[in-house]
Design a protein around this ligand. Structure first.
Ligand code: ADP
Ligand code: ASP
Ligand code: MG
Length: 439
């Protein structure tokens, strides 16, 4: 069995959905199809949540109505038979009736998760209706019946496996299953989600749970590129990456993959393929551990970083200093990305400012603290990166004009990270493209 995940742009237009239907019905191999919401929908739902949180119901209502019109227009081109259009019209109305009821209820975090789930619930129902219209036999699997996270927001892979296997067994004569990406249930049994871009994570969790032959991530580009194609002009798709390389790139900002989506595939040794829905014959990127290469493969950037410089106020007891710092971050469940140390000071970076004030307050009890906001981590990734000739001089001469805030290498052999001011991110990525890839 294989997993095929289609992102927002791959299902964002009726003709794209038709194309996805063609792609998934090309052979009889059993498969689970994971779908994102139509492109733009999750952004609109987030906007609606924000408006409701601010108490601006009038504008929220306008946005809901706009979205409803979008969906009701979508089915005109998606479906051709009146009977199927009527069916789709009915369930779209039901979902929007639900959103309109929510408008009247006082806003809460849990309610916002219900709102955000509407995107994937709608896209899968639309796709399923189209498959039925064109006579493609399939089963719609409700992700909310098997995809669960625990109290720490970690997926419960064991129970996902049990529940999913049971559901699949109930339809043993079926070869095409369709399910929602992104959405799940949390430890309280409420609707929740796997964070932005989470459909990739759903796909790889499912692939791990069913021991799939491959996890295919179908998107709008021909694979993972050596640099951010939204910022740098000349980039190219990388044919093969190791799990470690892909995990670093996903974590450090390559938007094509959800930051956590590699570990389930890696843990269960399931190859991941990144493919282009608009150009299905392109090779794409294969992620596995078959033939590790050496040297730089790609560069990625992660924004929204805060650097925290912690200087010991007591030089004595230096051996306990790191422990005390890390305990504060552990207490507030805030993960650290980069760390550098000198004799009396430690600098760390975080991307989550939820508990920043409390963290600073506690660190200040035993040190002086300085903050640098608006930073970006630039990660240069490649297996045994240092094996490449003169990699360090190449990096530093490429960025000689950039005032680098921090540098980190050695945590693993496959990542060199630089912290730079956010406003110099594009310049840094472009300079590295020329300096490292001669582009
Ligand atoms: P989907 O909706 O299919 O999940 P995403 O928008 O999440 O697609 O991811 C695909 C996009 O990621 C591409 O269109 C591209 O602009 C962006 N991207 C950023 N960095 C990279 C990279 N290194 N390689 C490929 N794509 C990247
Ligand atoms: N629809 C969700 C998002 O836009 C999940 C996904 O597309 O992967 O973030
Ligand atoms: Mg995505």
């Amino acid at each position: 069995m294989k997993v095929m995940k289609f992102g927002g742009t791959s299902v964002g237009k009726p003709e794209r959905m038709h194309q996805v239907a063609t792609l998934i019905s090309q052979n009889n191999q059993p498969k689970i199809i994971v779908l994102s919401a139509l492109s733009g929908t999750t952004n609109s739902l987030i906007e609606i949540c924000n408006l409701l949180e601010q108490g601006n119901r009038e504008t929220a209502k306008q946005k809901i109505d706009e979205l409803e019109i979008h969906y009701k227009n979508f089915i005109i081109d998606l479906l051709s038979k009146e009977e199927y259009q009527a069916k789709a019209y009915e369930f779209i109305s039901e979902h929007f009736d639900f959103l309109n009821i929510i408008l009247k209820i006082s806003f809460s975090e849990a309610l916002s998760k219900d709102i955000l789930a509407q995107g994937e619930l709608l896209s899968t129902k639309l796709f399923s209706t189209y498959l039925s219209e064109v006579g493609i036999h399939h089963t719609l699997l409700p992700a909310l019946e098997f995809m669960t996270i625990d109290n720490n927001e970690e997926p419960q892979i064991g129970s996902i496996k049990v529940k999913l296997t049971q559901l699949l067994q109930q339809h043993s004569n079926c070869t095409i299953f369709v399910t929602q990406g992104y959405i799940c249930r949390n430890a309280k049994g409420e609707i929740d989600n796997l964070k932005r871009g989470g459909s990739d994570y759903t796909a790889s969790l499912i692939a791990a749970a069913i021991n799939a032959s491959v996890c295919e991530i179908w998107t709008d580009i021909d694979g993972l590129h050596n640099n951010d194609p939204r910022i740098v002009d000349k980039t190219y798709a990388i044919e093969q990456l190791s799990f470690d390389e892909a995990a670093e790139l996903a974590y450090f900002g390559a938007k094509i993959l959800h930051p956590a989506c590699i570990w389930p595939a890696q843990h269960f040794n399931i190859p991941v393929k990144l493919l282009n829905t608009m150009q299905p014959s392109a090779f794409g990127t294969l992620i596995n551990d078959n033939k590790p290469t050496k040297g730089v493969k790609a560069v990625a950037a992660k924004d929204g970083i805060i650097a925290i410089k912690v200087k010991s106020s007591r030089m004595l007891l230096a051996y306990g200093f790191l422990k005390r710092i890390f305990e504060v971050f552990e207490k507030y469940k805030t993960s650290i990305d980069m760390v550098t140390t000198s004799e009396v000071a430690v600098s760390v970076t975080i991307d989550n400012n939820t508990h920043l004030k409390k963290i600073i307050l506690e660190l200040s009890e035993f040190s002086s603290v300085e903050l640098v906001f608006e930073q970006t981590i630039i990660s240069i990734v490649g297996n045994e990166i240092n094996a490449q000739n003169e990699i360090m001089p190449k990096i530093f001469s490429a960025i000689s004009q950039i005032p680098v805030t921090m540098v980190s290498y050695g945590g693993s052999g496959h990542n060199i990270s630089l912290l730079v001011p956010r406003n110099l991110k594009n310049q840094t990525l472009k300079a590295l493209n020329t300096g490292l890839f001669d582009l």
